[in-house]
Design a protein around this ligand. Structure first.
Ligand code: KG4
Ligand code: ZN
Length: 349
């Protein structure tokens, strides 16, 4: 079967449209980033993000078809992220996708943004074998997920406070690096010594697969403040490197613990923080020592993009898990949950 899906993603500050065939052949993946618009505010301004999505959505859709060399008539379904995310931002993508699905008489597939991040892994390795452990690390999530089969998610652990990406962004702000913080911290850390400044690692109670990054973030802030009060020079590169290593150590150790506990032999990495070179290298290194395989999406599929939504949507399409045209944005949508308004099941002949 050859299934061509147009996917839209507008949950935060990237306006993106992609055309994906059979869940892994990415014909186009147009990402219009609003980073420059939000940069001057030091973070994403929700209202501004919604307005920008409105301006850009039609352009990215047109561009995605053009690049794919296809027309609306070649599509089999329209997919869209309907949560979690910023409600106003999500609504732009959801409204556009519903209009397209209605106008073109195509099935609509509602996708969870986090599910999309996970499925970026299937774009490169469509034949990944279950069960799998996936570490999802983004600006809003830090989840350790057990997948028994497609569409099945058991959250084994999650952050109790800051998400890993959020900690990167806050530490970047403290270091005066700007937004988005992750890549800037990584670049600075590359010039520093990760062992020079000792920072805490929160492993929590024995056996817990939960995370906590607020203590580490506060330790970085306190370190800088104490040095300022004593008029001491701080090696910011060493501090960034120490912070990055502390985050990576806990994420990697708990992910491997989860794989060993569940007897899973393949780990997936997903979400914006999965773009971090230190984390990718540490995970591959430590998992390799335990004969566990690690799959990591290419950098462009780690941060927000519509192709990953198209990959996840394909498997929902196969299960005929379609959304009604009353689909709404669900800002707090949980992984594995479907929250559609009304009951609707579309039969495809
Ligand atoms: O998945 P994503 O693009 O958006 C959300 O769904 O949140 O993730 C964005 C997060 C931000 O916190 C950003 O600072 C972080 O991912 N990030 C990184 C890197 N690239 C992006 N964190 C560490 N190292 C990176 N190279
Ligand atoms: Zn994301």
């Amino acid at each position: 079967m050859c299934v061509t899906i147009l996917a839209l993603e507008t949950s935060c500050d990237e306006t993106s449209a992609a055309v994906v065939v059979d869940g892994s052949k990415i014909l186009s993946n147009i990402i219009s980033s609003q980073v420059d618009v939000h940069k001057k505010f030091g973070g994403v301004v929700p209202e501004v993000a919604s307005r920008k999505h409105l301006e850009l959505i039609n352009h990215v859709v047109e561009e995605s078809l053009l690049e794919a060399g296809l027309e609306f008539g070649n599509l089999d379904a329209v997919a869209v992220t309907y949560g979690p995310g910023l409600v106003g931002a999500l609504l732009v993508g959801v409204s556009a996708a519903k209009a397209l699905a209605y106008g073109l008489d195509l099935p609509l597939v509602g996708v969870n943004h986090i599910e999309g991040h996970i499925y970026a892994n299937f774009a490169v390795e469509p034949g990944l074998e279950f069960p799998l452990i996936c570490l999802v690390v983004s600006g809003g999530h830090t989840d350790l997920v057990y997948m028994e089969k497609h569409g099945s998610y058991k959250v084994l652990g999650k952050t109790r406070d800051d998400a890993a990406g959020e900690a990167f962004d806050k530490v970047a702000r403290t270091l005066g690096l700007g937004y988005p913080g992750g890549p800037l911290v990584e670049r600075l850390a590359g010039e520093g010594d990760p062992e020079s400044i000792k920072l805490p690692r929160a492993y929590l109670e024995k056996g817990s697969l939960d995370f906590s990054f607020s203590g580490l973030k506060s330790a970085v802030i306190n370190y800088l403040h104490r040095a300022e009060q004593k008029h001491e020079e701080v090696n910011r590169a060493d501090l960034a490197a120490g912070f990055q290593k502390a985050v990576s150590d806990v994420l990697v150790d708990k992910t491997i613990e989860a794989a060993l506990e569940t007897g899973v032999s393949t780990i997936l990495l997903a979400g914006g923080v999965a773009a971090n070179g230190r984390l990718r290298a540490d995970l591959a290194g430590k998992a390799g020592g335990k004969s566990i395989k690690v799959n990591v999406p290419p950098l462009i599929l780690c941060t927000d993009n519509a192709a990953m939504i198209g990959c996840a949507a394909y498997h929902k399409f196969l299960r005929e898990a379609f959304a009604p045209l009353t689909l709404n944005a669900v800002p707090d949508l949980k992984l594995g949950e479907e929250r559609y308004e009304g009951n609707f099941r579309r039969i495809v002949f």
